[in-house]
Design a protein around this ligand. Sequence first.
Ligand SMILES: *Cc1c(COP(=O)(O)O)cnc(C)c1O
Ligand code: SF4
Length: 340
Amino acid sequence: MIQRIESLGQTSSWQKMLASSFTRIPDLLDYLQLSAADIDVSEEAAKQFKCLVPLSFAQRMQKGKPFDPLLRQMLPIGDELQRVEGFIQDPVGDLKANPIPGLLHKYHGRVLLLTNSGCAGNCRYCFRRHFPYDENSLSQAKTQQAIHYIQEDESINEVIFSGGEPLLNSDERLLAWIKQLAEIKHITRIRFHSRLPIFLPERITSSFIATITSSRLTPIMVVHSNHPMEINTSVHHALCKMHDAGVLMLNQSVLLKDINDDAKVLADLSERLFKAKTLPYYLHSLDPVQGAAHFHINETQLHTLYKELCGLLPGFLVPKLVKEVAGEKSKTGLNPNFQL
Ligand SMILES: *Cc1c(COP(=O)(O)O)cnc(C)c1O
Ligand code: SF4
Protein backbone atom coordinates (compact mmCIF):
# COMPACT_ATOMS: atom_id res chain seq x y z
CA MET A 1 0.00 0.00 0.00
CA ILE A 2 2.76 2.40 0.93
CA GLN A 3 4.56 1.57 -2.29
CA ARG A 4 1.41 2.29 -4.25
CA ILE A 5 1.01 5.73 -2.72
CA GLU A 6 4.65 6.48 -3.46
CA SER A 7 4.26 5.33 -7.04
CA LEU A 8 1.19 7.45 -7.64
CA GLY A 9 2.97 10.49 -6.26
CA GLN A 10 5.98 9.95 -8.50
CA THR A 11 3.86 9.23 -11.51
CA SER A 12 2.04 12.50 -11.24
CA SER A 13 5.35 14.31 -10.88
CA TRP A 14 6.85 13.12 -14.20
CA GLN A 15 3.52 13.55 -15.91
CA LYS A 16 3.33 17.11 -14.65
CA MET A 17 6.80 17.72 -16.04
CA LEU A 18 5.67 16.45 -19.43
CA ALA A 19 2.83 18.93 -19.40
CA SER A 20 5.36 21.77 -19.26
CA SER A 21 6.98 20.76 -22.58
CA PHE A 22 7.45 23.33 -25.32
CA THR A 23 4.87 22.97 -28.09
CA ARG A 24 5.27 26.36 -29.77
CA ILE A 25 8.37 27.51 -31.66
CA PRO A 26 8.25 31.11 -30.30
CA ASP A 27 8.17 29.88 -26.68
CA LEU A 28 11.19 27.67 -27.26
CA LEU A 29 13.10 30.46 -28.98
CA ASP A 30 12.28 32.92 -26.17
CA TYR A 31 13.43 30.45 -23.56
CA LEU A 32 16.72 29.99 -25.41
CA GLN A 33 17.16 33.74 -25.97
CA LEU A 34 17.02 33.34 -29.72
CA SER A 35 15.01 35.21 -32.31
CA ALA A 36 13.40 33.78 -35.44
CA ALA A 37 15.89 35.89 -37.41
CA ASP A 38 18.73 33.69 -36.08
CA ILE A 39 17.24 30.52 -37.54
CA ASP A 40 15.14 29.44 -40.48
CA VAL A 41 12.27 28.14 -38.32
CA SER A 42 9.15 26.90 -40.06
CA GLU A 43 5.60 26.81 -38.77
CA GLU A 44 4.69 24.77 -41.85
CA ALA A 45 7.20 22.05 -40.81
CA ALA A 46 5.65 22.12 -37.33
CA LYS A 47 2.24 21.59 -38.89
CA GLN A 48 3.49 18.43 -40.60
CA PHE A 49 5.17 17.11 -37.44
CA LYS A 50 4.37 18.97 -34.25
CA CYS A 51 7.00 20.93 -32.34
CA LEU A 52 7.45 19.10 -29.03
CA VAL A 53 10.40 19.51 -26.67
CA PRO A 54 10.45 18.45 -23.01
CA LEU A 55 11.55 21.27 -20.71
CA SER A 56 14.13 19.02 -19.08
CA PHE A 57 15.77 18.50 -22.50
CA ALA A 58 15.56 22.19 -23.40
CA GLN A 59 17.40 22.96 -20.15
CA ARG A 60 20.42 21.18 -21.60
CA MET A 61 20.46 23.41 -24.69
CA GLN A 62 22.85 26.35 -24.68
CA LYS A 63 21.20 29.76 -24.55
CA GLY A 64 21.82 32.07 -27.47
CA LYS A 65 23.25 29.33 -29.72
CA PRO A 66 21.17 28.73 -32.84
CA PHE A 67 23.33 25.74 -33.82
CA ASP A 68 23.17 23.96 -30.49
CA PRO A 69 23.26 20.21 -31.31
CA LEU A 70 20.33 19.39 -29.03
CA LEU A 71 18.20 22.22 -30.37
CA ARG A 72 18.88 21.20 -33.97
CA GLN A 73 17.44 17.75 -33.33
CA MET A 74 14.14 19.24 -32.18
CA LEU A 75 13.53 22.53 -33.96
CA PRO A 76 11.18 22.58 -37.00
CA ILE A 77 13.05 24.35 -39.82
CA GLY A 78 12.44 25.24 -43.45
CA ASP A 79 14.80 22.53 -44.76
CA GLU A 80 12.20 19.93 -43.77
CA LEU A 81 9.92 21.13 -46.54
CA GLN A 82 12.41 20.23 -49.27
CA ARG A 83 11.41 17.22 -51.34
CA VAL A 84 14.52 15.18 -52.09
CA GLU A 85 14.49 12.13 -54.34
CA GLY A 86 14.83 8.87 -52.40
CA PHE A 87 13.55 10.39 -49.14
CA ILE A 88 10.16 8.75 -48.72
CA GLN A 89 7.35 8.31 -46.19
CA ASP A 90 7.97 4.71 -45.07
CA PRO A 91 11.70 4.13 -45.65
CA VAL A 92 12.00 1.06 -43.43
CA GLY A 93 9.02 -0.90 -44.75
CA ASP A 94 7.11 -0.83 -41.46
CA LEU A 95 3.75 -0.92 -43.14
CA LYS A 96 4.58 -4.25 -44.81
CA ALA A 97 5.83 -5.86 -41.56
CA ASN A 98 2.61 -5.17 -39.73
CA PRO A 99 0.79 -8.55 -39.45
CA ILE A 100 -1.69 -7.24 -36.90
CA PRO A 101 -2.25 -3.69 -35.65
CA GLY A 102 0.39 -2.55 -33.17
CA LEU A 103 2.83 -5.39 -33.80
CA LEU A 104 5.83 -5.52 -36.15
CA HIS A 105 7.47 -8.87 -36.87
CA LYS A 106 10.44 -8.33 -39.16
CA TYR A 107 13.22 -10.39 -37.63
CA HIS A 108 13.61 -13.92 -36.35
CA GLY A 109 12.92 -14.39 -32.64
CA ARG A 110 11.69 -10.91 -31.77
CA VAL A 111 8.58 -8.84 -32.23
CA LEU A 112 8.18 -5.15 -31.69
CA LEU A 113 5.08 -3.71 -30.04
CA LEU A 114 3.89 -0.19 -30.72
CA THR A 115 2.69 0.31 -27.17
CA ASN A 116 2.20 4.04 -27.45
CA SER A 117 1.50 6.33 -30.34
CA GLY A 118 3.10 9.50 -29.04
CA CYS A 119 6.56 10.57 -27.94
CA ALA A 120 7.69 12.91 -25.21
CA GLY A 121 9.56 14.93 -27.82
CA ASN A 122 9.44 14.98 -31.61
CA CYS A 123 12.89 14.43 -33.13
CA ARG A 124 12.92 16.00 -36.54
CA TYR A 125 14.84 13.13 -38.20
CA CYS A 126 12.45 10.46 -36.92
CA PHE A 127 11.77 7.69 -39.43
CA ARG A 128 8.29 7.32 -37.99
CA ARG A 129 7.22 10.88 -38.55
CA HIS A 130 4.72 9.72 -41.17
CA PHE A 131 3.70 6.42 -39.59
CA PRO A 132 -0.07 6.00 -39.17
CA TYR A 133 0.10 5.56 -35.42
CA ASP A 134 -3.54 6.25 -34.85
CA GLU A 135 -4.43 3.02 -36.62
CA ASN A 136 -1.63 1.16 -34.94
CA SER A 137 -1.18 1.92 -31.29
CA LEU A 138 -2.36 -0.89 -29.07
CA SER A 139 -5.72 -0.33 -27.49
CA GLN A 140 -6.70 -2.72 -24.72
CA ALA A 141 -8.68 -4.83 -27.21
CA LYS A 142 -5.87 -5.06 -29.76
CA THR A 143 -3.50 -5.97 -26.95
CA GLN A 144 -5.15 -9.37 -26.62
CA GLN A 145 -4.73 -9.94 -30.34
CA ALA A 146 -1.00 -9.18 -30.03
CA ILE A 147 -0.61 -11.47 -27.00
CA HIS A 148 -2.34 -14.21 -28.94
CA TYR A 149 0.03 -13.76 -31.90
CA ILE A 150 3.03 -14.07 -29.56
CA GLN A 151 1.58 -17.14 -27.83
CA GLU A 152 1.06 -18.91 -31.15
CA ASP A 153 4.61 -18.43 -32.49
CA GLU A 154 7.15 -20.37 -30.43
CA SER A 155 10.07 -18.98 -32.44
CA ILE A 156 9.59 -15.64 -30.64
CA ASN A 157 11.68 -15.33 -27.47
CA GLU A 158 11.94 -11.56 -27.10
CA VAL A 159 9.33 -8.82 -27.01
CA ILE A 160 10.38 -5.25 -27.69
CA PHE A 161 8.31 -2.41 -26.24
CA SER A 162 8.58 0.44 -28.66
CA GLY A 163 6.34 3.14 -30.00
CA GLY A 164 6.31 6.01 -30.11
CA GLU A 165 7.48 6.02 -26.58
CA PRO A 166 6.75 2.92 -24.48
CA LEU A 167 7.67 4.62 -21.22
CA LEU A 168 4.76 7.03 -21.58
CA ASN A 169 2.61 4.09 -20.50
CA SER A 170 1.86 4.00 -16.79
CA ASP A 171 3.70 1.48 -14.63
CA GLU A 172 0.38 -0.30 -14.10
CA ARG A 173 -0.13 -0.78 -17.81
CA LEU A 174 3.46 -1.97 -18.32
CA LEU A 175 3.07 -4.39 -15.43
CA ALA A 176 -0.08 -5.86 -16.95
CA TRP A 177 1.83 -6.49 -20.19
CA ILE A 178 4.83 -8.00 -18.44
CA LYS A 179 2.65 -10.35 -16.38
CA GLN A 180 0.93 -11.68 -19.47
CA LEU A 181 4.20 -12.12 -21.36
CA ALA A 182 5.85 -13.88 -18.41
CA GLU A 183 3.16 -16.54 -18.65
CA ILE A 184 4.23 -17.43 -22.18
CA LYS A 185 6.94 -20.09 -21.83
CA HIS A 186 8.94 -19.30 -24.97
CA ILE A 187 9.43 -15.63 -24.03
CA THR A 188 12.70 -15.07 -22.13
CA ARG A 189 13.49 -11.37 -22.60
CA ILE A 190 11.71 -8.03 -22.65
CA ARG A 191 13.35 -5.05 -24.24
CA PHE A 192 12.44 -1.35 -24.08
CA HIS A 193 13.42 1.10 -26.81
CA SER A 194 13.05 4.48 -25.20
CA ARG A 195 14.25 8.05 -25.37
CA LEU A 196 12.51 9.01 -22.13
CA PRO A 197 15.47 8.25 -19.82
CA ILE A 198 17.26 10.95 -21.87
CA PHE A 199 14.36 13.37 -22.41
CA LEU A 200 12.97 13.10 -18.91
CA PRO A 201 15.13 11.06 -16.49
CA GLU A 202 12.55 11.70 -13.76
CA ARG A 203 10.48 8.98 -15.45
CA ILE A 204 12.93 6.38 -14.07
CA THR A 205 11.33 6.06 -10.64
CA SER A 206 11.88 3.23 -8.17
CA SER A 207 8.42 2.04 -9.02
CA PHE A 208 9.24 1.91 -12.74
CA ILE A 209 12.43 -0.06 -12.09
CA ALA A 210 10.54 -2.45 -9.80
CA THR A 211 8.00 -2.93 -12.59
CA ILE A 212 10.45 -3.92 -15.32
CA THR A 213 12.48 -6.19 -13.01
CA SER A 214 9.42 -7.84 -11.45
CA SER A 215 9.17 -10.98 -13.59
CA ARG A 216 11.33 -13.91 -14.68
CA LEU A 217 11.97 -12.10 -18.00
CA THR A 218 15.41 -10.52 -18.46
CA PRO A 219 14.97 -6.76 -18.91
CA ILE A 220 16.96 -4.83 -21.49
CA MET A 221 16.82 -1.06 -21.92
CA VAL A 222 17.98 0.50 -25.18
CA VAL A 223 18.04 4.26 -24.70
CA HIS A 224 18.45 6.73 -27.53
CA SER A 225 21.05 9.44 -27.20
CA ASN A 226 22.93 11.19 -29.98
CA HIS A 227 25.18 13.70 -28.29
CA PRO A 228 27.24 13.76 -25.07
CA MET A 229 25.54 16.98 -23.92
CA GLU A 230 22.30 15.01 -23.59
CA ILE A 231 23.79 13.08 -20.66
CA ASN A 232 23.62 15.39 -17.68
CA THR A 233 23.83 14.32 -14.03
CA SER A 234 20.16 13.33 -13.78
CA VAL A 235 20.38 11.16 -16.90
CA HIS A 236 23.62 9.64 -15.61
CA HIS A 237 21.96 8.65 -12.34
CA ALA A 238 18.85 7.27 -14.05
CA LEU A 239 20.96 5.03 -16.29
CA CYS A 240 23.15 3.83 -13.40
CA LYS A 241 20.08 3.09 -11.29
CA MET A 242 18.58 0.82 -13.94
CA HIS A 243 21.90 -0.95 -14.46
CA ASP A 244 22.32 -1.50 -10.72
CA ALA A 245 18.87 -3.07 -10.57
CA GLY A 246 19.95 -5.69 -13.11
CA VAL A 247 18.81 -4.13 -16.38
CA LEU A 248 21.15 -4.59 -19.37
CA MET A 249 21.78 -1.03 -20.54
CA LEU A 250 22.43 -0.19 -24.21
CA ASN A 251 22.29 2.95 -26.34
CA GLN A 252 21.47 3.61 -29.95
CA SER A 253 22.25 6.78 -31.88
CA VAL A 254 21.46 8.17 -35.27
CA LEU A 255 24.23 9.79 -37.26
CA LEU A 256 23.14 13.35 -38.01
CA LYS A 257 24.85 15.98 -40.11
CA ASP A 258 26.10 18.98 -38.11
CA ILE A 259 24.98 17.35 -34.86
CA ASN A 260 27.16 14.32 -34.19
CA ASP A 261 29.03 13.73 -37.47
CA ASP A 262 32.35 14.11 -35.67
CA ALA A 263 34.40 11.17 -34.36
CA LYS A 264 35.43 13.05 -31.22
CA VAL A 265 31.82 13.86 -30.33
CA LEU A 266 30.79 10.23 -30.83
CA ALA A 267 33.78 8.99 -28.81
CA ASP A 268 32.87 11.38 -26.02
CA LEU A 269 29.29 10.06 -26.11
CA SER A 270 30.54 6.47 -25.76
CA GLU A 271 32.76 7.42 -22.83
CA ARG A 272 29.93 9.21 -21.04
CA LEU A 273 27.59 6.31 -21.61
CA PHE A 274 30.18 3.91 -20.26
CA LYS A 275 30.51 5.99 -17.11
CA ALA A 276 26.73 5.68 -16.81
CA LYS A 277 27.04 1.87 -17.12
CA THR A 278 25.49 1.83 -20.60
CA LEU A 279 27.14 0.33 -23.69
CA PRO A 280 26.86 1.69 -27.22
CA TYR A 281 24.81 -0.71 -29.33
CA TYR A 282 23.88 0.73 -32.73
CA LEU A 283 24.91 3.80 -34.69
CA HIS A 284 22.21 4.09 -37.34
CA SER A 285 22.78 5.78 -40.61
CA LEU A 286 19.82 8.05 -41.19
CA ASP A 287 16.71 6.45 -42.62
CA PRO A 288 15.81 8.33 -45.78
CA VAL A 289 12.57 9.75 -44.53
CA GLN A 290 10.86 12.64 -46.25
CA GLY A 291 11.67 15.89 -44.46
CA ALA A 292 15.04 14.76 -43.02
CA ALA A 293 17.36 14.98 -46.05
CA HIS A 294 19.29 17.88 -44.50
CA PHE A 295 20.58 15.47 -41.81
CA HIS A 296 22.03 13.08 -44.40
CA ILE A 297 25.72 12.17 -44.60
CA ASN A 298 27.07 10.48 -47.72
CA GLU A 299 28.63 7.03 -47.59
CA THR A 300 32.24 8.16 -48.08
CA GLN A 301 32.01 10.65 -45.21
CA LEU A 302 30.31 8.01 -43.11
CA HIS A 303 33.12 5.50 -43.65
CA THR A 304 35.85 8.05 -42.95
CA LEU A 305 34.11 9.10 -39.76
CA TYR A 306 33.56 5.55 -38.57
CA LYS A 307 37.18 4.54 -39.18
CA GLU A 308 38.29 7.52 -37.18
CA LEU A 309 35.91 6.57 -34.36
CA CYS A 310 37.30 3.01 -34.31
CA GLY A 311 40.75 4.54 -33.87
CA LEU A 312 39.68 6.42 -30.75
CA LEU A 313 37.96 3.74 -28.69
CA PRO A 314 38.28 0.18 -27.40
CA GLY A 315 36.15 -2.18 -29.49
CA PHE A 316 33.46 -2.52 -26.83
CA LEU A 317 32.79 1.21 -26.90
CA VAL A 318 32.33 1.35 -30.68
CA PRO A 319 28.66 1.09 -31.69
CA LYS A 320 27.82 -1.12 -34.67
CA LEU A 321 27.29 1.02 -37.74
CA VAL A 322 24.05 -0.14 -39.35
CA LYS A 323 21.25 0.85 -41.61
CA GLU A 324 17.80 -0.49 -41.99
CA VAL A 325 17.01 -1.93 -45.40
CA ALA A 326 13.35 -2.70 -46.02
CA GLY A 327 12.76 -6.44 -46.43
CA GLU A 328 16.13 -7.59 -44.96
CA LYS A 329 16.32 -10.23 -42.20
CA SER A 330 18.28 -7.97 -39.82
CA LYS A 331 19.77 -4.51 -39.68
CA THR A 332 22.49 -4.25 -42.35
CA GLY A 333 26.07 -3.69 -41.15
CA LEU A 334 28.05 -0.89 -42.80
CA ASN A 335 31.38 -1.28 -41.00
CA PRO A 336 34.17 -0.58 -43.51
CA ASN A 337 36.84 -2.02 -41.15
CA PHE A 338 35.39 -5.49 -41.02
CA GLN A 339 34.09 -6.45 -44.43
CA LEU A 340 33.02 -10.06 -43.84
C1 LIG B 1 15.30 -2.72 -35.24
C2 LIG B 1 14.17 -3.63 -35.03
C3 LIG B 1 14.26 -4.70 -34.12
C4 LIG B 1 15.46 -4.92 -33.27
O1 LIG B 1 16.56 -5.39 -33.99
P1 LIG B 1 17.84 -5.84 -33.19
O2 LIG B 1 18.88 -6.05 -34.23
O3 LIG B 1 17.48 -7.08 -32.44
O4 LIG B 1 18.18 -4.74 -32.22
C5 LIG B 1 13.21 -5.57 -34.02
N1 LIG B 1 12.07 -5.41 -34.75
C6 LIG B 1 11.95 -4.40 -35.62
C7 LIG B 1 10.69 -4.28 -36.39
C8 LIG B 1 12.98 -3.47 -35.78
O5 LIG B 1 12.82 -2.45 -36.64
S1 SF4 C 1 11.87 9.64 -29.45
FE1 SF4 C 1 12.35 8.12 -31.04
S2 SF4 C 1 10.36 7.54 -31.92
FE2 SF4 C 1 10.07 9.46 -30.77
S3 SF4 C 1 10.32 11.12 -32.27
FE3 SF4 C 1 12.32 10.77 -31.32
S4 SF4 C 1 13.35 9.30 -32.67
FE4 SF4 C 1 11.15 9.24 -33.15
